[in-house]
Design a protein around this ligand. Sequence first.
Ligand code: 13P
Ligand code: SF4
Length: 380
Amino acid sequence: MNGLLEIAPALAVAENVADSCSLNNYLAQPDHTMDARIAAAREKLGTDVVLLGHHYQRDEVIRFADFTGDSYKLSKVAAETNAKYMLFCGVHFMAETADVLGRAWQQVILPDLNAGCSMADMAEIGQVEDCWDALERAGLSDDLIPLTYMNSAAAIKAFCGERGGLVCTSSNARGAFEWAFARAEKILFLPDQHLGRNTASAMGIPLSEMVVWDPYQINGGLSPDRLKAAKVILWKGHCSVHQRFLPEHVDRVRREELGMQVIVHPECRWEVCQKADDVGSTEHIIQAIERAPEGSSFAVGTEIHLVNRLAKRFAPLGKRVITLDDSGCLCTTMYRISPQHLAWALENLVEGRVVNRIKVDEDVKQWARVALDRMLEIKI
Ligand code: 13P
Ligand code: SF4
């Protein structure tokens, strides 16, 4: 028989499989039809795959996670798991971190590559290098530690690692600041000015000793004298979700909700954190509500999916949870991970295809790992 004729049906079958696994076929289906497919694919993959879910994920997605957590907890899971595939239901910088912390034979998948973080995008490596050059020229870099929030590109983590610095998350920022101040006079904090300001302020550093470096201005928009006098140089970045919480929202709760506690994420503005009863990472917020006695009530300043989940979970236990801002702050990039994307990534894995792999360049990986390892050594 003609060889071509033998190959043709095999090609047709392969094309059919590929076609049925195309993302558009999934996106055309309603959410609930994905549940059984996700469960079946997980069953087939067994311990080969681990699903990591950040607390901001939608209910329809996070219910399938093997591990849920804040960015710190999930990075520890990534460093310890033996699964061949880590499927990250979160955003790009989290998946990159998992790839840096994972071993060479592990592969990380982000179900939708559009799940980024607008804050992480506010610091580009070229801008950070330019900033460092300017600080060097000003004679400041010898006594300066660069410290980056987890919410940053792997290249920026590597930049910090290579210059004696480290990474932090919202749950260990204080420890990271102490680590840095034990080694240098000054910190350059990237890219979230609010987390940096809130952390330094909680350590007793006055606002007058902090400056904000604007990457779109010459010399960051700062005079050499102001830079010299500063203890903390904050990058001009922020989270557009958390920045929407305002001091007047706290004032309204104080006026209208007697006895209600206000608990916010440290990505909120300094003025909001100052007025709150408690400030902490997503994991910290959950634990604080878990520990509170029946009858407690909380206005929470963080992403709306987590707040809604907490409200539902704790209502039967006699605890009331509301959002601090009535209009509800949604992280649209976290929201991009849908049950359809999850089913698509898993069913492709069952067919032996890795889609949307997140792979950090080896040279970047090496120094990013140094910066992350320094973070993991800090006690929280
Ligand atoms: P957590 O580490 O507190 O979960 O915060 C991550 C994040 O992106 C908050 O916006
Ligand atoms: Fe980034 Fe803000 Fe979304 Fe967190 S909530 S992932 S900081 S955009």
